[in-house]
Every structure is written in structure tokens, then in C-alpha cells.
Write a protein that binds this ligand. Sequence first.
Ligand code: AFP
Length: 333
Amino acid sequence: MADRITLAEHLASQRPPIAPPLAGGVAVLLGRLASVAAVIERELAHAALRDRLGYAGETNLTGDKVRKLDVWGHEVVLAALRKSGVCAAVVSEEAAEPVEIAEGHGPRGLVVCIDPVDGSSNLDVNGTVGTIFALYASEGRTPAGPAALGPVARQLAAGYVMYGPACSLVYTAGAGAHGFTLDRDRGEFFLTHPAMQVPKRGRAYGVNEGNLHSWHPGQRAFVEHLRTPDKGAGRPYSLRYSGAMVADVHRTLLDGGIFMYPADLTDPAKPKPKLRLLYEVAPIAMIAEQAGGRASTGGGRVLDLSATEYHQRAAILVGSADDVALAEDFYRR
Ligand code: AFP
């Protein structure tokens, strides 16, 4: 394995479009997030043995029952980011307000938006889960948390970790999307999927069809289209849905196709998306676009959205450019 490069070496070799005073901090934080991912990965493997499964007995701001590993994941991530010296604030799924870190305040300070354990409803059934994150410049603001609000196109970097049979980490800093695999013996991530490119079209789609009744008519028609046999057009597509966005998106970026979590339009006047913009939807959108894919709300580009609240929700249709474009076309009809 002599020829594989580590995440740290890859970060040092990249020339992302990030202003120099911030670029160093971004590399430090990506390295820290990778190290804490290796810790989370190890804990997930032993959680059942250490009575770490199940609920913590509380609910988070977005009304979800919190699991012990959600709380634990939040705390180990916070501890790792505190030690970095460049993290000014953390917007986490498990904290109502941003957690300010005075040691990181200043012009080089960065704000991390993070879902420490994504797909936690899979934990108790030993299903795949992940961590999703995005980095913003704090612009020297104090408090720094509000620097995460505004156009999400300001993300400096984004990434996810998937805790599956192997532990994968994918990140972008605006110069392509790159995939790494954890060497569990060495506790280090090695480059295995350089410059990922999403196939233009796929053969699979991922969506919770149980919500079909609440969808936009265009969303329903699009899924019906994917399910309609047409050998020449490679249809029907196969349905693949894990309940953890990271797992469904990772498969989609590698194999092509489309992952969707559309808004609930039971009351068309009050669309109710589920996934959170700052630490689920926007980071995944940046990675997908950097891998040559596309990320839409159904009505427009995800990266054209602006965050006005920390736990704001947004719809997402992401994956192969041709499949997402076709979905948007069905929404317009
Ligand atoms: P949890 O973290 O609460 O399990 O939610 C996971 C998630 O945010 C995302 O990872 C999944 O794609 C989606 O929600 C699953 O939602 P449904 O259970 O409604 O399908």
C-alpha cells in the first residue's frame, strides 16, 4: 500500500480556491474531523457491547428523539474541534444554538456545521450511519455562529463520513470531490477514490416512497416514470433506500442515479421539507456538484439557497446530472 497517499498529504497537495489565511485552517479542521471519525467508527463497532444503543431520554430542537450515540457523537466532535484552535463555532444537529469556541475566534476562525450521527435511526439495527459537515469562514465575527447564515454557496469545504463495511470519507474544498478509506489498523484515511465523477445517468433511485401521498405531482410522476419498464431507456430503475442519507448519497455518487427527499406538500401553501439545510442538504449539494453531479430542490439549485435559521430544512434531489435535470423537468410540467 506504499503508493496510497493519506488525507493529510492530499490536503497539502491540493490548491483549493480558498484564501490562504483560511486554507490552512480548513486543512486542519478536515484532518480533525477525519481523526474524530476514526474514533466514532471504533465506538459504533462496540456500541452494543458498551450499552450505547437506544435513546438518551430527550428530544432535540427538531423534535427528534435523541439517541445515546447522537449525544456522544456530538460531544466527541465538539471536543475535537475545540482542540483545533481554528474552530470559532459549531452548528450541530444536537444543539439548539451554535456552540461558540472563544479560542477559535478571529480572522482565521471557521464555523463548522455538522450532523455528528446521520441516520441514527439505523443504529439499533446495525445499519449504516454517517457524519456530514460543512465549513464556513467566521469573517472574524464574535459570536461566530451567525456567519453560517446566508447564501450556502459560501461553503468553503464540505464532506461526509460513511460508517459501513468500510469507513469512507469524502470531502471537497472546491477543487473536486475526493474519497478516502480508513485503514482501521493505522487509524488513517488513504486516498481510494480521487476526483470522483458521478455517472451522467444511473439505474437506481432512493426515496421514502411511504411519503408518496404528500409529494408534488411532478415528483410522483417522475418516480412513476422511473418505475415504468422501457428496456431501451434502462428503465425501470431499481429502488435503493437505506434511511441514512450518507449511505444513499455515497452509492448514488459512485454508481449514478438519484437520491431524493422532497418536501411534504400535504398543505401546498406550507411545504414541509425534512432534511436540514446547513448540515445535510447544502454540504451534500456541494460535494455532488464538485463530482460533476447536480443538486436541486425540485424548483432550483440547492446552492442558490440562503440559510436564515440554523436548523432550517430544505428539499433535495441529488445525483446524476441527467436524472436530476429530468426530475426538475417533471416538476415544471
Ligand atoms: P435520523 O438521523 O433521524 O435517522 O434521520 C436520518 C435522515 O436525516 C437522513 O439521513 C435520511 O435520509 C432521512 O432522515 C430518513 O428519513 P425517513 O426515515 O423519513 O425516510
